[in-house]
Ligand binder design. Structure first.
Ligand code: HEM
Length: 478
């Protein structure tokens, strides 16, 4: 049954009820939704307005919204009334109860404990390590390119995933990982996530998956992952306790081991340290990898933007005292290299890694006259928010300069790649620095090109927004 589209916001007209996608339509669409969700959701919102009620997978009633005011209400203004939904909490079965999946008083206690480890100064001290890893990753590509006429073809998503996983793994665990184990940990995380997303998006498959032993199998993968990481944590504890042990590495694991609860003066238990370290690995690499992959995709199509980043880099490097090495960049220099920052922000606008954020209402609530009953499940549709033409002029175009001062979005709340409110991404500063550095270093050494005649790269929104499959880029030595 077609319902009238709403003008501005579903609530602006004082509508007492939300437009609804009838259940039968949701069921019909659930297959299309499982296959390629973004076009289905975009079409739905174009038809019904910024906010609509529908059934995920034909089963779970949910409010889908790209209304910036409502998103802000849920994440920030009345955040106390909203918890993460059963979807995020169900993920805890596989990844434990680290910050991302934790709730309530326990979450707050952990957040307060861990937050200082992500302060700006702390991130500034990691920029050297980040640049080392970027240089290590790019060096063999430069050799390969030099040996084959100046170009090397790379699989963009695989390369960015490898790079960001190295960065977060080394930032958490320093150098303890052997390369093969690093790949195994990354592989386990990917496989577990893909399975979990499938159980959410196609809940009707659960009995069949159970029958085929898929739940048991993925529980085993989880156990393997925890054993691997637990081993590293135990090694560190033992190394720290050894008589005459050298000063421990200044990494995020050591931060997790050293912090003490204010009230009890006690450290975290081993299980808590494991949960938090695992969450940092999970939350801290795929998101950045996807944002960087999409950024390279966009820069390959917009060489003038890449040139603008290089020109600014050259100007900042030229302002150094004579004789200084050309890189690495200092944290202060990164603050002046704004063209790369704008490009990163714009890539995350068009392709927000956290494309959907979920919440559930803990008690009855109200927003602009709309009654929100206890238990309402919200799907905060960040991808739609970032591309809605009513909030973004030339919404589908890559225009990094829209993030320059004085060019703020029409509605500031229309940009939320790191979420908002008290659960704002704890790794935001880390991620922004990392992405800027990768962009600067890549563009310093290479032109980034896409082989001619390639079709657009389709999206695959799992927990994060990645490209479907992978795609080739040509890196041309400069
Ligand atoms: C481009 C990169 C990243 C994006 C787009 C991103 C996005 C987000 C978003 C949207 C949330 C909030 C989710 C919600 O409210 O339900 C979040 C939370 C979180 N992120 Fe990130 N993130 C990124 C990188 C990182 C990195 C590098 C780390 C760690 C080093 C990290 C660690 C976390 C953690 C631990 C949380 C949970 C915080 C809490 O609930 O207290 N993220 N992230």
């Amino acid at each position: 049954m077609p319902l009238p589209a709403m003008a501005d916001s579903a609530f602006a007209s004082g509508a007492p009820r939300l437009p609804q996608v009838p259940r039968w339509q949701s069921i019909l669409r659930s297959f299309a939704l499982a296959k390629d969700p973004l076009p289905v959701l975009d079409t739905t919102l174009r038809r019904f307005g910024d906010t609509v009620q529908l059934y995920i997978g034909g089963v779970q009633k949910s409010v889908l919204t790209q209304d910036p005011g409502l998103i802000q209400h849920v994440l920030q203004k009345n955040h106390r009334n909203y918890a993460k939904s059963q979807f995020t909490q169900g993920f805890a079965r596989y990844v434990g109860h680290g910050l991302l999946t934790n709730e309530g008083a326990d979450w707050l206690r952990q957040r307060r404990l861990i937050q200082p480890g992500f302060h700006r100064q702390r991130v500034a001290s990691l920029t050297g390590l980040m640049q080392e890893i970027v240089a290590e990753t790019l060096a063999p590509l430069r050799v390969q390119a030099a040996e084959s006429g100046g170009t090397v073809a790379v699989a963009a998503h695989a390369l960015m995933t490898q790079l960001t996983f190295r960065i977060i793994a080394r930032s958490v665990f320093s150098t303890n990982f052997a390369a093969a184990e690093l790949d195994r940990v990354a592989g386990l995380i990917t496989e577990i996530q893909a399975f979990y997303v499938r159980t959410i998006r196609q809940p009707y498959l659960k009995p069949w998956l159970r029958l085929r032993g898929q739940f048991r199998y993925h529980d085993q993968l989880t156990a393997e992952l925890r054993t691997l990481l637990g081993g590293y944590i135990e090694q560190r504890r033992q190394a720290n306790a050894a008589p005459g042990a050298p000063a421990p590495p200044d990494d995020l694991l050591q931060m997790l081991l050293d912090v003490r609860y204010e009230d009890t003066g006690q450290p975290m238990t081993t299980a808590q340290v494991l949960d938090e370290a695992l969450i940092l690995l999970i939350a801290g690499h795929e998101t950045s990898a996807n944002a960087l992959t999409w950024l390279l995709y966009l820069l390959a199509q917009h060489p003038a933007e890449a040139a603008a980043i290089r020109a600014e880099t050259a100007a900042v490097l030229a302002s150094r005292p004579p004789g200084a090495a050309p890189a690495p960049f200092t944290f202060e220099e990164l603050l002046r290299l704004s063209r790369a920052q704008y490009a990163v922000q714009e890539a995350m606008r068009l392709f927000p890694p956290a494309w959907m954020v979920d919440r559930v209402a803990l008690a009855d609530d109200e927003y602009q006259g709309l009654r929100i009953p206890k238990g309402t499940l919200f799907s905060l549709y960040i991808y739609g928010l970032h591309r809605a033409p009513q909030y973004w002029p030339a919404a589908t175009e890559f225009r990094p300069l829209r993030f320059a001062p004085g060019q703020e979005p029409l509605v500031p709340a229309a940009y939320a790649p790191f979420g908002g409110g008290p659960r704002l991404c704890i790794g935001m500063q880390f991620a922004l620095t990392e992405m800027q550095l990768v962009t600067l270093e890549l563009l310093r050494h290479f032109e980034v090109e896409r082989p001619a005649g390639q079709p657009p790269v389709p999206t695959q929104p799992l927990i994060t927004l990645r490209p479907r499959g992978d795609f080739a880029l040509t890196l041309r030595l400069r």
